[in-house]
Design a protein around this ligand. Structure first.
Ligand SMILES: O=C(O)COP(=O)(O)O
Ligand SMILES: [Mg+2]
Length: 222
């Protein structure tokens, strides 16, 4: 058994970039929303660097990249976010994929009796359609979206809220994520952290955040 699992009674997964490669559908929706606004579609490569702090931040970063001045960004942000939300809602999980090893990892923890949960910065409404598409919704005791609380990762509040709700001490939980937001949130919550290198971390290696462990894929937790 991987050493990160010893003493662990709750695995908290990040969603985008950790369990699911959601970039194709996120980028598609962003491109369509920008076309509707008469702006150039940013494309997948750029979108990959902007994912991680929720959809409002994704759209905000894209508007800034399109060359809009700050007051213009602030003035159009809500309308552009609404366009994006509609486009994404229509096609949440068409070209998204589960990463290799995810299903086996979920099965293995279930067998071990380790509870599993999701804390994502993406809005909660999008979680269920994605989990249902891959038939993995039954593995999780609880899921928490980025709009559930006032604070998002890297703030520790969502992780602490989840632990309190499930009555698990932070020291018995393990945060599994792809980005500095996950590692920082875990550290600030007193939760051990494990990171995967294949997701979206603003174009930087997640090792720089010094997670307690790195694994190439979640197969290593089987
Ligand atoms: O929607 C995002 O920006 C990222 O979501 P995540 O927290 O699941 O990586
Ligand atoms: Mg992520």
């Amino acid at each position: 058994m991987h050493p990160a699992l010893s003493g662990t009674t709750l695995l908290i997964y990040d969603l985008d970039g950790t369990l699911v490669d959601s970039l194709p559908d996120l980028a598609y929706a962003l491109d369509r929303a920008f076309e509707q606004a008469g702006l150039p579609p940013p494309g997948e490569t750029k979108a990959a660097r902007w994912i991680g702090n929720g959809t409002r931040m994704l759209v905000r970063r894209a508007l800034l990249d399109a060359g809009l001045a700050l007051p213009e960004v602030e003035a159009t942000l809500e309308r552009q976010l609404a366009r994006f939300t509609t486009c994404y809602g229509e096609r949440v999980c068409v070209n998204s994929r589960l990463y290799p090893g995810v299903r086996a990892c979920l099965e293995a923890q279930k067998q071990r009796g380790i509870r599993q949960a999701i804390v994502t910065n993406k809005p909660g409404a999008f979680i269920a359609p994605i989990l249902e598409t891959f038939s993995i919704d039954g593995f999780f005791s609880l899921t928490l979206g980025g709009d559930a609380l006032a604070e998002k990762k890297p703030h520790p509040a969502p992780l602490l809220h989840l632990c309190a709700t499930l009555d698990v001490a932070p020291a018995q939980a393990l945060m599994v994520g792809d980005s500095r937001n996950d590692v920082e949130a875990g550290k600030r919550a007193g939760i051990r952290t494990l990171a995967v290198p294949y997701g979206y971390n603003h174009g930087e290696p997640v090792e720089a955040s010094q997670p307690d462990w790195m694994v190439e894929s979640l197969d290593q937790l089987v």
